[in-house]
Ligand binder design. Structure first.
Ligand code: ATP
Ligand code: MG
Length: 462
C-alpha cells in the first residue's frame, strides 16, 4: 500500500510535510490510529493523527504554528496552511485511576510501545511516509476478518479504561464487525465499571452508535451486553461518582425510563424499523424516534436527554418532535374533517414553530416508508402527510412579532382595560392570520378587533 486513496489530497500533502519535518529533524514519525484503519477499510479519512518520537518541546520548536492542546500528555496541534494535525509523542500510560484516564504518562522512544497503549488491534497500526505499515498486533488481519480485538488482555484493558467497552460496541455497530469471544467475555465481566466514566463520554459513543449506519445492531449489542444500564446516567440523575462507588443502585424516576433503553421493556419494533433510514442530521430525528420507541412521553424527553448531557439544541428539538407527535395524534383523533384538521395543524405549527413541524414531517415520511401496512393504510398515511406538508408551506407567520399589529394597538382599538383577554385575543389573531382567514394587514386586523369587541363586548375573533 503506497498511496492513500481515502484522504483529501490537500490534507495528505500537509500531513506528509509534518512527517517530513519531523524526520528531517532526526525523529521518527508516523500516521496512526483512525486514519490508518479507515484507509485500510476504504472508508473516508476525516483527520490524520501523527505519532512521533520527538518530545513535545521539540515539536513546538520545529514548527511555526502550534497549539499546546494537551502538552502534558504529549499532544501538540501543528497548523500547516489551513490544516491541523494532532502530533503526539510516543507514550506509555499507567496508573489508571477509577477505570478512567491514565494517572501518568511516560514518553518512550519506540513506536511499538506507543501502539501497545491503544485500545484495539485495528487502531494500533502506524504508517510511515513510504507507506510501510507497523502492525505488531496483526490489526490488518483483524480488519480483513471484521474482528474487534483488544491489544493485549481484554480484562486488563477494560479494567484500565472502562470507556473502551463502549468503544468496542460502537466500532462493532458502525463497522459491522464482531467482537472476538475473549473481548465479549471481558466486557460482560467488566461492564459495571462503566459507571465510573463521565456521562458525556458515554453519550458521545452512544451518539456514534445511534447516528451511525447500523444503529439497531449497536442497540442490540448494548442490550445484550447490559452496558447501557451500567452507565452513570442510567443509574439516576443524582448519582455522583461517590454514590456510584458506594454501590448506589436504586434508580430514580427518570432513570427508570432510561433503563427501558432496550432492556426492561420491549420497544415498539415498528417504529425502530425507521431508525436506520432516517437521515442522521439533524440528530433530533433519530433520538426522537428512539425515545418514542421506548415509550418515553414528550414531557420526559427533554429532562432525560439533558441528564445524558445532550446539547440543548438536540434535547429541545428531539423533545419538540415527540411532543408535536403526541399533540398531532390528539388533534387528528379529535378532528374528523379536513378543515378542522388543517386548523389543528396550523395551531400546532404556530405553537411549536415551523422548524419542529418540518422535522416531524420529514421524520414521519420515513416512518411511513419503513412501516409495514396494507396499501390502503399506506395511501391514507401518505395523503395525510401530503396535506400536512401543504399546510406547512402555507403558514407564513408563527410569532406575535410577525403580526402586523402590536398588543398596544389592539388594546387601544378595543378600548378596554388590559387583562388576560389581550394575550388570548392576540393568539387568536395570529392563528387566524396563520390559517389565511385574515390578511396580515394592520388596518384589517384593527377593524376586526373593533367589530369583535362591539359584537360581544369581549374578545371574540370568529
Ligand atoms: P474515530 O473515527 O471515531 O475518530 P478513532 O479510532 O480515530 O475513531 P479517536 O477517539 O479519534 O478514535 O482516537 C484516536 C486513536 O487513539 C484511536 O485510534 C486509538 O488508537 C487511540 N484511542 C482512543 N481512545 C482510546 C482509549 N480509550 N484507549 C486506548 N486507546 C485509545
Ligand atoms: Mg479519530
Amino acid at each position: 500500500m503506497n498511496r492513500w486513496s481515502q484522504v483529501d489530497p490537500l490534507m495528505l500533502a500537509q500531513g506528509e510535510n509534518v512527517l517530513r519535518v519531523l524526520r528531517d529533524g532526526g525523529h521518527q514519525a508516523f500516521f496512526v490510529g483512525g486514519c490508518v484503519r479507515d484507509e485500510l477499510m476504504d472508508r473516508p479519512v476525516h483527520d490524520m493523527d501523527i505519532a512521533t518520537s520527538a518530545r513535545p518541546d521539540e515539536v513546538v520548536r520545529l514548527f511555526d504554528r502550534t497549539v499546546p492542546t494537551g502538552i502534558q500528555h504529549g499532544t501538540v496541534t501543528v497548523l500547516m496552511e489551513d490544516q491541523a494535525f494532532e502530533v503526539t509523542t510516543f507514550r506509555r500510560e499507567s496508573d489508571y485511576a477509577d477505570h478512567r484516564r491514565p494517572g501518568s504518562v511516560e514518553f518512550v522512544d519506540a513506536v511499538t510501545e506507543d501502539l501497545q497503549r491503544r485500545d484495539f488491534t485495528m487502531n494500533a497500526i502506524a504508517r510511515g511516509l513510504d507507506g510501510e505499515l507497523i502492525d505488531p498486533f496483526d490489526g490488518r488481519s483483524d480488519i480483513e476478518r471484521g474482528l474487534i480485538r483488544c491489544v493485549g488482555v481484554a480484562e486488563e484493558r477494560f479494567e484500565e479504561d472502562a470507556l473502551r467497552m463502549m468503544r468496542a460496541v460502537r466500532f462493532a455497530s458502525t463497522f459491522g464487525f464482531r467482537p472476538v469471544k475473549s473481548l465479549w467475555k471481558a466486557l460482560l465481566d467488566g461492564r459495571d465499571k462503566l459507571s465510573c466514566i463521565a456521562t458525556e463520554r458515554v453519550r458521545m459513543e452512544m451518539e456514534k452508535i445511534v447516528l451511525g449506519p447500523d444503529p439497531l445492531r449497536g442497540l442490540a449489542l448494548l442490550e445484550r451486553s447490559g452496558l447501557f444500564r451500567h452507565a452513570k446516567a442510567a443509574q439516576g440523575p443524582a448519582a455522583t461518582e461517590a454514590e456510584a462507588d458506594a454501590g448506589g443502585e436504586a434508580p430514580g424516576a427518570e432513570a427508570a425510563l432510561a433503563q427501558r433503553l432496550l432492556h426492561r421493556e420491549p420497544p415498539r419494533r415498528a417504529l425502530l424499523a425507521a431508525l436506520p433510514l432516517l437521515e442522521p442530521a439533524p440528530p433530533a430525528q433519530r433520538w426522537s424516534l428512539l425515545l418514542q420507541a421506548l415509550g418515553a412521553p414528550g414531557e420526559a424527553a427533554s429532562p432525560l436527554l439533558k441528564s445524558w448531557t445532550f446539547p440543548n439544541q438536540t434535547a429541545q428539538e428531539a423533545a419538540g418532535i415527540v411532543r408535536f407527535d403526541e399533540a398531532w395524534e390528539a388533534v387528528h383523533a379529535g378532528a374528523p374533517g379536513e378543515r378542522e384538521q388543517r386548523r389543528g395543524w396550523i395551531g400546532l405549527q404556530v405553537a411549536f414553530g415551523r422548524e419542529t413541524a418540518g422535522l416531524w414531517l420529514r421524520r414521519q415520511q420515513t416512518v411511513l416508508q419503513a412501516a409495514s401496512g396494507d396499501d390502503a393504510w399506506r395511501q391514507a398515511g401518505q395523503a395525510m402527510l401530503t396535506r400536512a406538508a401543504q399546510w406547512h408551506r402555507e403558514v407564513q407567520v408563527h410569532t406575535l412579532k410577525e403580526l402586523a399589529v402590536s398588543g398596544g394597538e389592539v388594546l387601544q382599538a378595543a378600548e378596554r382595560k388590559g387583562g388576560p383577554w389581550l394575550s388570548e385575543l392576540l393568539r387568536e389573531l395570529l392563528l387566524a392570520v396563520a390559517a389565511g382567514e385574515l390578511p396580515n394587514d394592520r388596518q384589517t386586523l384593527l377593524d376586526h378587533v373593533k367589530t369583535g369587541v362591539k359584537e360581544d363586548g369581549s374578545k371574540s375573533v370568529d
